[in-house]
Design a binder for this molecule. Structure first.
Ligand code: ARG
Length: 270
């Protein structure tokens, strides 16, 4: 039996969402974006979280920061300690201070902005024992040692090699303390071997699941919220005793983001 544990999430309404620059292969500024539809889809995701019993806080979206909806990138928050993002791309650097201010104002005194490029939960995922940390496209490998020192939790460095899966959370989902799902094709051979060694029981996603951002999912230990068209992955989750909950975030995928990208988990101390 799987058990759900209520979560505390931070989200950012896509009020100013658009695709006006390209910093990953999904983003094509020539393709039209339907911002009202993006907002409706995001509201749906928020409703799903509330219906599952989670707490959802929101940070005010800032004009001129169209990617700010991807709250996962704002920080990594573990044991009540917050390591605030330092973005690689100039288009997103101003998001860091916004998340810093929000966290300071909402009861996270143990916070600091990362010294090295660190895109928060885009590249840092937490299991029971480890911080799984991605590099290759965004977060600087030196940020991994910085995060280990800051959180006092062992960091497992993983190298991403496919530009379509430029953040760790586009290729790997943590389902509970010791279960993950991932897409092997996104990782270097050595990182794939590390994942096999640490997680021999992992759910392995197909090319098709990965291509619809099926791994960009959140889990409360039982309910796994993921893109609705990741059907093979949803079936595998059911077989393993999880409850897949599909949502449609097609507009946000135009910026290379989905469920997990829109969700920053705030983990309190103790
Ligand atoms: N357009 C954004 C970027 O490329 C998408 C970020 C997606 N967030 C994530 N956690 N993977 O930075």
């Amino acid at each position: 039996m799987r058990t759900a544990r209520p979560r505390h999430y931070l989200m950012c309404r896509p009020t100013h969402f658009d695709v006006v620059y390209s910093i990953n292969p999904w983003m094509d500024p020539r393709k039209p974006v339907d911002t009202p539809l993006a907002i409706a889809q995001w509201e749906q995701l928020r409703e799903v979280y509330l219906s599952l019993g989670h707490t959802v806080d929101t940070i005010d979206p800032l004009p001129g920061l169209p990617d700010m909806v991807f709250a996962a990138n704002g920080a990594t928050v573990v044991d009540g300690r917050a390591l605030v993002a330092r973005f690689r791309n100039t288009e997103r650097v101003d998001e860091g201070p916004a998340y810093h201010d929000w966290l300071r104002a909402h009861g996270f005194p143990e916070l600091r902005t990362a010294e090295f490029v660190n895109e928060g939960e885009g590249d840092y995922l937490i299991t029971g024992d480890w911080l799984l940390a991605g590099t290759g496209f965004r977060s600087d490998p030196r940020s991994h040692a910085e995060a280990q020192e800051f959180f006092g939790r062992p960091v497992i460095s993983l190298t991403l090699i496919d530009p379509n899966y430029y953040h760790l959370d586009t290729a790997l989902a943590v389902l509970n303390e010791n279960t993950i799902a991932y897409y092997p094709g996104a990782f270097s051979p050595g990182s794939r071997a590390v994942l096999q060694r640490l997680f021999p029981d992992a759910l392995v996603a197909t090319d098709a699941d990965a291509a619809v951002f099926g791994l960009n999912a959140t889990s409360d230990g039982y309910n796994v919220v993921l893109p609705h068209n990741a059907t093979d992955l949803a079936a595998k989750l059911s077989t393993r005793g999880f409850n897949p909950v599909g949502v449609d975030l097609s507009e946000l995928l135009k910026a290379g983001g989905s469920v997990k990208c829109c969700t920053l988990e705030l983990r309190s101390a103790g």
